[in-house]
Design a protein around this ligand. Structure first.
Ligand code: MRU
Length: 366
């Protein structure tokens, strides 16, 4: 069985502390919304879909413990909690999309004349629990659409894939997005090897993707981020597949820092470049990638390794967690649960599937 980023049963949520991987497998219980906010902010749990799911489930846990008599009190608590959870790591849009959808649901439940505090609580918890299953099923669809597309265009019997950051079971409710495509390729018997980047500065590739690939016994090779161009030149890479934290209306994509340079190098080498993400990572409220607010993380993630300072004292540090890949560099397509789309078609595909378009862009608290 794949590694589990979280364990949930009604009233109880724990997360696998990803800061301790791969050396130690420790699950940490999250008592509620504040604990989840902190775990997300500290990157004990990370990855756009996992952030949203853990945030929402932490609300479900706290709702389960409450004994409100007045439905409006419960609604206020839920709405304030959702707004707060969005601020933990706001570049990834999934939590904001989930907050908007659940807030609309709360508002409509409160308006129902026959609803009670008890029915609101029960219905909201069930709605949140539904997100878990939906994420896994979306990821399986992404996996098969992506694998089929790659194989239908492959020039060789077996394919070699390059990926970045961690987009697997650890970053989602299960199966993964870009890593889901890799899992699906592996299941067809036509995956020769995966190259995964180290993903500096936070090392999600070396610590987490490498861990998942080894556990799944998928043939894989770790490379430093600075090796991607030469790997593309010399290692017969068939396609690059990465995840997304936010894909806006024109197809521009925010993803882990380093994605942009991968896309440039892939274009130079004529290698197909895919973004794989669920529709919950898409944000039609923004027109272009320039409107995305990029999270900046503490300088210590660059200057220190395992708590030991390696950079010269006194040096300035810039540590953006994500970059924007312009849509014209996403040459092979954006893979969602609905299929593989040219970036120019994304807006229409999502509107046809009635994706909500409005949400607010929160500022990052310092
Ligand atoms: O900073 P992180 O580790 O949360 O960044 C993760 C990524 O950039 C992933 O590629 C993205 O969230 C997609 S995860 C399915």
């Amino acid at each position: 069985m794949s590694v589990e980023a979280l364990r949930y049963q009604r009233g109880s949520l724990s997360i696998l502390d990803q800061l301790l991987l791969p050396q130690r497998t420790v699950y940490q219980q999250l008592a509620g919304v504040r604990a989840a906010w902190q775990a997300i902010r500290d990157m004990k749990v990370r990855g756009a879909p996992a952030i949203a799911i853990v945030g929402c489930l932490s609300l479900a846990v706290e709702l389960h413990q409450r004994e409100d008599d007045v439905k409006e009190d419960l609604a206020t608590f839920a709405l304030e909690s959702l707004d707060y959870l969005v601020t933990a790591r706001p570049t990834a849009v999934n939590m904001a999309q989930a907050a908007r959808e659940l807030s609309d649901f709360v508002a409509s439940e409160v308006k129902r004349p026959d609803s009670t505090a008890e029915s609101l609580k029960e219905n909201l918890i069930s709605r949140i629990e539904g997100l878990l299953e939906k994420d896994v099923s979306n990821n399986k669809c992404i996996g098969s659409h992506g694998a089929e597309h790659i194989l239908s265009r492959a020039k060789t019997d077996k394919v070699i894939i390059l990926t970045h950051c961690n987009t697997g079971s650890l970053a989602t409710a299960g199966y993964g997005t870009a890593l889901g495509v890799i899992r699906s390729l592996w299941s067809t018997g036509r995956l020769e090897r995966v190259y995964c980047t180290e993903t500096r500065p936070y090392n999600q590739g070396a610590r987490l993707t490498a861990y998942e690939l080894v556990q799944e016994k998928i043939p894989a090779t770790l490379i430093a981020d600075s090796m991607v161009s030469v790997a593309m030149k010399e290692k017969g890479i068939s396609a690059v597949v990465v995840g997304a934290d936010r894909i806006v209306a024109n197809g521009d994509t925010a993803n882990k820092i380093g994605t942009y340079q991968l896309a440039i190098a892939a274009r130079h080498h004529g290698i197909p470049f895919y973004v794989a993400a669920p529709s919950t990572s898409c944000d039609l409220a923004l027109e272009s990638g320039e409107q995305i607010v990029i999270e900046e993380r503490p300088g210590a993630e660059l200057t220190d390794v395992n708590g030991v300072r390696v950079a010269a004292p006194g040096i300035g540090v810039w540590n953006p967690a994500f970059d924007i890949t312009p849509h014209n560099l996403i040459t092979a397509g954006i893979v969602t649960e609905f299929g593989v789309h040219d970036p120019s078609e994304l807006r229409k595909v999502l509107l046809d599937k009635t994706l909500p378009t409005q949400h607010t862009i929160p500022t990052i608290p310092r």
